[in-house]
Design a protein around this ligand. Structure first.
Ligand SMILES: Cc1ncc(COP(=O)(O)O)c(C=O)c1O
Length: 395
């Protein structure tokens, strides 16, 4: 299933370029992620999905799926209006006017929690909560990066790396009549988001695996310390959120963790091919059209330059996917309007033929297309409208 010939035939009536999702593979990924979570609840990282229809499909797939980790307050307002509930805003939101709209949703009975990591965040949300007369749930973001001399293995997000750092912020929340300490989140980006089986870099892979192994112990120790510290303040947390697609197995081992976050694994984009401990099915991608043949061994497509965010590097380029054997040219990469591909003699392609690509990341694909066309068992079976397709663009 999912060969070039099958996709070409299934999508034959569509105008190129377009994006697609292979529903059978997606369902395999949903089942595999459910299994990897080992019975813990799974919160869906919406940044890696960016389609309301798709969020609902995953949420409905298994009772283990509970709630959404949103990436902006404006997005959460939009999702609340679409009927979604249990929304955790995964990142601090500054002065966004959408926060007030979310407070109104809380007043209407929705479960929405805001991420904080300093007293300034807490004070701003308290001010707004008081102004609107709403009690607001907050989630503390625990930094889980690990530092070695000359190396920070992790990301720069929360300054709260230990319970000693976190305690004053937690106490500030518990002392407020307008706030509830609702949750604790720790995202071990260096385990969940860093591949350790990338092609051609055996030494680097070995080093990353070693660093990850050590980090898992440290992450678990710091998270437990924070959970115990919060308990000692007399707070019963509604949730302790951990990890991402790349750390389901390790984050799920911690007994104090109540839920895991997953997003990327559902579409399983290019960067998620590079993990030793799991491999999900390539379930989403896009198709562009061959419009030129500048030489015997090169075909040139219209568009296709959908490079992923993050530290710039070849790993952020989209991957030519089907037919197999095509490759990007190092001096051109994936272009804004033209993408040339080296095409081996064994692959017979002509002007008008589609080439299927996979994005390096999951959700960013949906910023380029209004819908993901859905294919199942070799047939076009419908479509999932993306945020863009609904006229929305949050980041
Ligand atoms: C706070 C947080 N949790 C979890 C994730 C994991 O998401 P995914 O499963 O899409 O990699 C991310 C991704 O960046 C994140 O920022």
């Amino acid at each position: 299933m999912g060969t070039y010939a099958e996709y070409k035939e299934a999508f034959a009536g569509l105008t190129l370029p377009f994006a697609f999702v292979d529903v059978d593979r997606l369902e395999e990924n949903i089942a595999a992620i459910t299994h990897a979570a080992g019975g813990k609840h799974i919160r869906i990282a919406s940044k890696s999905i960016r389609s309301v229809g798709m969020l609902n499909k995953i949420l409905e797939a298994h009772p283990g799926y509970r709630g959404v980790m949103c990436y902006t307050a404006a997005e959460a307002v939009f999702l609340a209006a679409q009927g979604l509930d249990d929304l955790l805003i995964g990142y601090p939101q500054g002065m966004s006017s959408s926060i007030d709209r979310l407070l109104d949703w809380i007043a209407d009975g929705r479960t929405i929690s805001f991420m904080v990591d300093c007293v300034e965040h807490v004070a701003e949300l308290e001010r707004r909560a008081k102004e609107r007369g709403v009690i607001v749930p907050l989630c503390l973001d625990l930094d889980l990066s690990v530092s070695y001399p000359g190396l920070r293995f992790g990301v720069w997000r929360s300054p709260l790396s230990t319970w000693a750092h976190m305690k004053p912020v937690a106490e500030r929340i518990t002392q407020s009549a307008w706030l509830i300490l609702d949750g604790l989140m720790g995202y071990e980006a260096q385990i969940a988001g860093v591949g350790d089986n990338a092609p051609g870099t055996a030494m680097r892979n070995g080093l990353i695996r070693w660093l990850k192994k050590r980090a898992i112990t440290e992450v678990s120790r710091r998270r437990e310390e924070a959970v115990r510290g919060i308990e000692e303040l007399g707070v019963k947390l509604r949730f302790v959120n951990a990890g991402g697609t790349g750390s389901l197995d390790s984050s799920g081992q911690e007994p104090w963790v109540t839920e895991l976050t997953a997003g990327s694994g559902f579409y399983s984009p290019g960067l998620f091919d590079n993990y030793k401990s799991f491999r999900y099915q390539p379930a989403a991608g896009y198709a562009i059209e061959i419009v030129r043949r500048p030489s015997e061994d090169i075909v040139t497509c219209l568009g296709g330059g959908y490079t992923a965010s993050g530290a710039a590097g070849a790993d952020k380029l989209p991957k030519p996917y089907l037919p197999e054997g095509l490759s990007l040219l190092p001096l051109e990469g994936a272009g804004e309007v033209q993408t040339p591909l080296r095409c081996p003699k064994s692959v017979r392609l002509g002007i008008g033929d589609p080439v299927f690509f996979r994005h390096a990341k999951a959700g960013e694909l949906c910023e380029r297309f209004p819908v993901l066309y859905a294919v199942s068992k070799g047939e076009l079976v419908g479509q999932y409208v993306t945020y863009r397709g609904m006229g929305e663009c949050f980041l």
